[in-house]
Ligand binder design. Structure first.
Ligand SMILES: Cc1cc2nc3c(=O)[nH]c(=O)nc-3n(C[C@H](O)[C@H](O)[C@H](O)COP(=O)(O)O)c2cc1C
Length: 354
């Protein structure tokens, strides 16, 4: 197809992405000692070789000891990760893709009997059914500590050479403070939207100060928790607008759902039984309401739907995350990738398909 909107470069401040297709953050459980060593690096190099514009590595990279890596995430709570970051970012960029890292504190979305067996922290004592821990309601000193730990982890990402950093809000600690389903506090961090947003804005401010004005910084947020009593679409638009109004955030990555139990998780990482791109319009609404680039992933596994998402103005970049887990060469660059990786197979494929 000529002039394919998916293959148009995208300018994200000073960063030029070669096209509009991305892999969103996920934890492939390839960490070793909390680091992204060779296996992890090669996993993302293959995605870059397949031709995508951006890969966000380090799904749920933890920033603090009371957010243990219960499903094999990276740990950016100390400096030992920095040399591994550097090798990975060099490796991915050598294949033409941009590379960012996601960082988070999981709040109550974790287990107590892992890592250092520390108490699970959350805005309130509300239990998450998926992980079953009863969180400790965070005290003022926990809040101060975790803000500083976000900033320190972001600085480590910067030192490791990433093109950008994504703060994960949705369903993790920052999102838990936002959600009326989870946050029952009666202090300055609970109740009104101003109060529920306080921690998010403090983290953004601290991280921006730590990494300086040039570093690309984004946030992964929900556009609708799709749950009774949870964050609805109007409140999510307002949250997105207030985050944008800080001037400290360069992109929003929008998803939907509330993975507080298995059914909620299934609604978020859309399974085969759901229609394609079930939450695209939710992301599109946020894009219309804020003046920031919007990324989105959710049930887009075919190129026609991806093209529609971008050409229709719903999003700026479209994630095809599981599609590229299954086959990093599938799109957009299978010819080039297969030529380098498996030259004879490429010739065969060209003869058959091309
Ligand atoms: C195994 C797996 C792990 C994931 N881990 C994370 C994560 O740590 N952080 C995150 O923001 N999203 C995570 N996701 C969600 C993906 O980023 C993406 O939103 C989801 O797969 C839907 O997009 P897709 O239909 O293009 O795959 C994960 C998804 C999968 C399948």
């Amino acid at each position: 197809m000529k002039n394919d909107p998916l293959l148009e470069p995208f300018q994200l401040r000073h960063l030029t992405l070669r096209n509009r297709i991305m892999s969103t953050a996920h934890a492939p459980s390839y960490q070793e000692g909390g680091h992204p060593r060779d296996r992890y690096r090669r996993y993302h190099e293959e995605k870059a070789r397949g031709g995508i514009g951006l890969t966000i590595i380090g799904g749920s990279t933890n920033i603090a000891p009371d957010s243990p890596s219960v499903f094999g995430q990276l740990y950016a709570g100390d400096d030992s990760i920095i040399p591994w970051f550097t090798r990975l970012t060099d490796g991915v960029r050598a294949h033409g893709a941009a590379v960012m890292c996601q960082i988070t504190h999981m709040g109550r979305r974790t287990a107590w009997d892992d890592g250092h067996w520390l108490p699970v922290a959350g805005p309130s004592g509300t239990r998450e059914r998926a992980h079953r821990s009863f969180p400790k309601a965070m005290e003022p000193e926990d809040i101060t500590r975790i803000i500083a730990q976000f900033a320190a982890a972001a600085r480590r990402c910067q030192q490791g050479g990433f093109d950008g950093i994504e703060l994960l809000s949705h369903s993790h600690l920052l999102g838990q403070f936002l959600s009326p389903l989870v946050n029952r506090r009666e202090d300055d961090y609970g109740g009104s939207l101003d109060n529920r947003l306080r921690l998010t804005l403090q983290v953004i401010e601290a991280v921006r100060e730590a990494v300086g004005p040039e570093m690309i910084l984004g946030m992964r947020i929900t556009g609708d928790e799709l749950s009774e009593g949870g964050l609805g679409p109007d409140e999510c638009v307002e949250i997105a607008q207030r985050i944008a109004a800080t001037g400290a955030i360069d992109f929003l990555n929008v998803l939907a759902g509330a993975p507080y139990d298995d059914l909620g998780l299934a609604g978020w990482v859309a399974p085969m039984g759901m229609p394609a791109a079930p939450h695209l319009s939710i992301a599109g609404r946020i894009r219309q309401a804020v003046g920031l680039p919007v990324f989105h992933a959710g049930g887009v596994a075919d190129i026609a739907t991806a093209r529609h998402a971008v050409a229709g103005g719903h999003v700026d970049l479209i994630g095809m995350t599981r599609a590229h887990m299954a086959d990093p060469y599938r799109w957009p660059n299978w010819r080039a990738a297969t030529k380098t990786a498996f030259a004879p197979a490429s010739a065969l494929a060209t003869a058959w398909i091309g």
